[in-house]
Design a binder for this molecule. Structure first.
Ligand code: G3P
Ligand code: MG
Length: 245
């Protein structure tokens, strides 16, 4: 079972910052998840929300600022254990840090309502700009039209279905949608990660990764029902990296 550093080692350092990614690498992580946005001047950056209200206490949207302005804000302001200033990193800076250690990289593209028109082409160009990066990449998005565009642009790209407001009743439709875009993975919220759902998804031919798993007892249960990976803010959740493979 993959232990995927969710937004870096975000239980120990401010999420989606270079500090959190460096720490995840130091902790031995090989699998990583992070969220991708784009600035007004076209720079791909890593941050969870569309604006900086929660992280930096400033209600400015990433799409409305150039990167030079954005990087002046402290996105660690929200993190009680360590508020030392951290900037929003560019995507290429994050890959510089985690790329050499990484086996598997989940680029979660935040693009509801096509907030960043053309982000699909920009990310694909980035993935193809570095040797071996495309092969390690899995792209996911809660925005299904975004995933469809990725698939149309690139038949070989690995894509993960990420269902918005999913429930067990909607699973059949979700599996159909995931198959239609030839997804390889299905990323499932913890609240739905029960044996029956996991078995249905696996029988449909997808690998299942579950988010966000921050309790060891959940991680151990998921390992026993055939889950392929867990997204966790604590890359040392199992103490040792014994369940990889
Ligand atoms: O990609 C898995 C998980 O990160 C999806 O939810 O809101 O944490 O980006 P969120
Ligand atoms: Mg995410």
């Amino acid at each position: 079972m993959k232990i995927i550093a969710h937004r870096g080692a975000s239980g120990y350092a401010p999420e989606n910052t270079i500090k959190a990614f460096r720490l995840a690498v130091e902790m031995g992580a090989r699998d990583f998840e992070f969220d991708v946005h784009r600035t007004r001047d076209g720079i791909l950056v890593v941050h969870h929300d569309f604006d900086l209200k929660r992280t930096a206490g400033r209600g400015v949207k990433i799409a409305d600022l150039d990167y030079a302005e954005l990087k002046k804000l402290n996105v660690a302001a929200h993190f009680k254990q360590d508020k030392a200033a951290q900037q929003i990193p560019r995507l290429d800076e994050v890959i510089d840090v985690i790329g050499p250690a990484a086996e598997w990289l989940n680029f979660e593209v935040k693009n509801e309502g096509n907030a960043y028109p053309g982000i699909e082409e920009a990310l694909l160009a980035f993935l193809e700009s570095r040797p071996g990066l495309f092969e390690k990449a899995v792209v996911s998005s809660f925005d299904h039209p975004t995933l469809k565009r990725f698939r149309e642009l690139s038949p070989l790209l690995k894509v993960a279905y990420l269902g918005h407001n999913l429930n067990t009743l909607l699973l059949r439709t979700a599996l159909r949608k995931a198959a239609a875009i030839k997804a390889v993975n299905f990323h499932l919220p913890l609240r739905l990660a029960f044996k029956m759902n996991v078995s249905r998804i696996k029988s449909a031919g997808f690998k299942v990764c579950v988010y966000t798993v921050n309790e060891k007892k959940d991680a151990l249960r998921l390992a026993t029902i055939g889950v392929d990976g867990i997204f966790t803010n604590f890359p040392d959740i199992l103490g040792k990296w014994t369940l990889k493979g």
